[in-house]
Design a protein around this ligand. Sequence first.
Ligand code: NDP
Length: 326
Amino acid sequence: MFNAVLIEKDDAGYRASLRELDDAALPEGDVTVKVEYSTLNYKDGLAITGKGPVVRKFPMVPGIDLAGTVEASSHPGIAVGDRVLLNGWGVGEGHWGGLAQRARLKGEWLVPLPAAFTPREAMAIGTAGYTAMLCVMALERQGVTPDKGEVLVTGANGGVGSVAVAVLAGLGYTVVASTGRPDEADYLKALGATEILDRAQFAAPGKPLARERWAGAVDTVGSHTLANVCASTRYRGTVAACGLAQGMDLPATVAPFILRGVTLVGIDSVMAPREERIEAWSRLARDLDPAKLALMTREIGLGETIDTAAALLEGKVRGRVVVDVN
Ligand code: NDP
């Protein structure tokens, strides 16, 4: 038997609860993992509260991330006792996920836990942090170097935003943070932001083109914010778009792209190829200051995940939440 968060949907409605489940209920897979830590991302918040159509099968154990130790494996190259990490691949959406003490998975989804991280640290980073690194790598690929000018991070107090601020500042970029929580300015400055902007200035409909400011940007917010960020990006600058905290829409014009040569790069962490994941994790080991990671991380137990998921969607959670499932 093992403890898990379970999401059900039936005549009684959509609900999540903490449950004790039988090993026999675990889904198909060639690797069984004793989960040590999981985490809460925005998508887990949507799944647990039912506020977004994330879960595709019921009942579902949520949790798009997990770190733990292999208990059984028939997958070539994965042995009992290996420490492993999983991010995405539809786990916690269409296949039982990490907010549980045990998981059964496809071995091809797992990557070795990087030697630099404990399972807890890897989950403090989680999909949010790994996505932030994918955004940074995309900016680098487009030639956005620290000497090119200021880089904007939107949704800066969130998980992706906090890691993006910390990594970019560590790499020597001048980082400007946009947030709806200006009272967290000291926190964002401790992560490395040099200036804090009120997100209200990006949130409302804006002009097709605005004053050129950003050499690059990491946007976790979407909607008018992303449109306004593109409109204020400098000639040949790059915006990495990964999120939709404000909305899924993109009410923009082509002006920034055809008049300023701005590049909009889409970032997807869920199906990203294995080599890119391994690269992102090794970059996190190199470029994310562990003291800053500790500053942005709060730990909760499995029993607290349901309430915390609701708070996360209300924008009340700062940085990252790591879940000790045991
Ligand atoms: P968090 O909830 O931790 O962060 C989201 C942040 O967005 C909030 O902290 C808040 O920051 C800001 N925000 C919230 N609501 C609004 C709003 N209505 N308008 C403007 N800003 C808002 O989530 P994560 O960091 O885990 O994820 C961030 C986004 O990235 C999500 O949309 C998520 O779905 C997406 N994502 C996408 C991935 C991919 O593969 N493409 C992978 C991981 C995440 P502040 O208080 O500073 O304003």
